[in-house]
Design a protein around this ligand. Sequence first.
Ligand code: MG
Ligand code: MG
Length: 265
Amino acid sequence: MIYLKTDDEIELLRQSNLLVGKTLAEVAKLVKPGITTRQLDRIAEEFIRDHGGVPTFKGFKSPYGPPFPSAICASVNDEVVHGIPNDIPLKDGDIVSIDCGTLLNGFCGDSAYTFCVGEVEPEVMKLLKVTKEALYVGIEKAVHGKRVGDIGCAIQDYCESHSYGVVRELVGHGIGKEMHEDPPVPNYGRRGNGPLLKKGMCIAIEPMICQGARQIYMADDGWTIRTRDGKPAAHFEHTIAVGMDKADILSSFEFIEQVLGDKAI
Ligand code: MG
Ligand code: MG
């Protein structure tokens, strides 16, 4: 069941997603060699709660193991998504994807950004840039009258033109009062296929892109998704509302990139 949102509901979704963007900016202030992802998680959870939100990831149930224990997913290097914050200090040259979800005034926010820790190799930086560009290439297709497959096809073509692997098993999603609503929004697909996009549909678009092969596996913790070949992967995510002529991006990287300055991806 796909729920179309009213303009008022879209504004509530925007508020929740702006809180995610501001939370990720607080995280951005602290990402550097030596900090642990558990420290980042604490800051994120405190910031969300201080602003009247609830971290939706915390306690999220899984068929594969215990509920997710943290407010953010922190996925380092070959971890693609769903990494559990831990006490291992980040090192110079690492990348870390931080994914964050909130519930505010009854509506969900969901957005992710991949950060560089200190100085990152140029090839890894390129992976981050292409993944972020792929997100916007997908967003361009999120207009009334197109189809979900148009988004996936655009992202897939763009990333594969750089010889990167596009993860198949994990996808974007509708979003609203629930963090995961219909329709699924794959980062691959065929042009003109899949559910019709309509004004008022709200979806999270989130390319998960591998420097090497697209094959992944789940770690023993029942959450962390890693690349099989051990090469790095990147993840950027925006929540958007489908519009008549262009998508309305409800989440924001603006606060993050103010913090990062010339270190923005
Ligand atoms: Mg997310
Ligand atoms: Mg998502």
